[in-house]
Design a protein around this ligand. Sequence first.
Ligand code: NAP
Length: 248
Amino acid sequence: MTDKVVIITGGSRGIGRATALAAAARGFRVVVGYASNEAAAKQVVGAIEAKNGTAIAVKCDVAKESDILALFKAADAFGVLGALVNNAGIVGPSMRVEDMSFERIQRMMAVNVTGSILCAREAVKRMSTRNGGKGGVIVNLSSVAAKLGSPNTYVDYAASKGAIDSFTVGLGHEVADEGIRVAAIRPGLIDTEIHASGGEPDRAHRLSQTVPMKRVGTVEEIANAIVWLMSDDASYVTSAILDVSGGR
Ligand code: NAP
């Protein structure tokens, strides 16, 4: 148990929501970031408070640096930052690379890559013992797409998650002796609304038979791995990338 603050980008729905609930159950004061769905974010805060936890919702499009600075400022007023979960992420409609627009690729990288790096920058400023901080944990959301490449679907998304893998290893080494652990989770096919946002709500279930375990994963199965990485039980884990994918 801890009374430290965790910032979860995209904490309003899906994996982020489940992580917010799991972190609150372990005593974290939770900053629930959201892009636009204020009602969903407020519902998460209400669910945490109903179990005597503490949470606030903060609007933050991670593609906007000014939003990220405001998110961390709100967190500073909330308590000592102990963890960041770089969860906010987007996919796009399935298509071949030759059909992708500049705007689509720019947005994919801005949200999934630049946003995560900027959030980590702000977390390191606060957590690093080099800067007078008390240490902490950064958990990045990658994807098994980083390994598979997602041909004919969203190679840009897969490439953004490949960047997250490299970032996790490199940043982990950079701050390893400054009290900060950095790790990533590579989820497989998880039952969330992200597939609908890519134009195919049934995608996870359609592909479930390609998973060695023959089923999709739940948001709780990802959240449990994230909060384990955030805990002292994972005290010797850094620059590590954990597949939570039913073997995919
Ligand atoms: P989801 O159900 O679509 O939820 C996305 C969350 O991110 C929402 O809270 C949304 O906020 C927020 N968000 C979207 N764009 C944002 C932006 N520009 N700035 C800040 N927040 C933003 O997604 P999910 O399936 O839980 O995915 C979470 C993470 O896991 C992503 O990084 C994703 O790539 C990764 N992942 C998911 C799967 C899967 O099968 N689901 C597999 C591998 C990896 P609003 O509620 O305000 O819209």
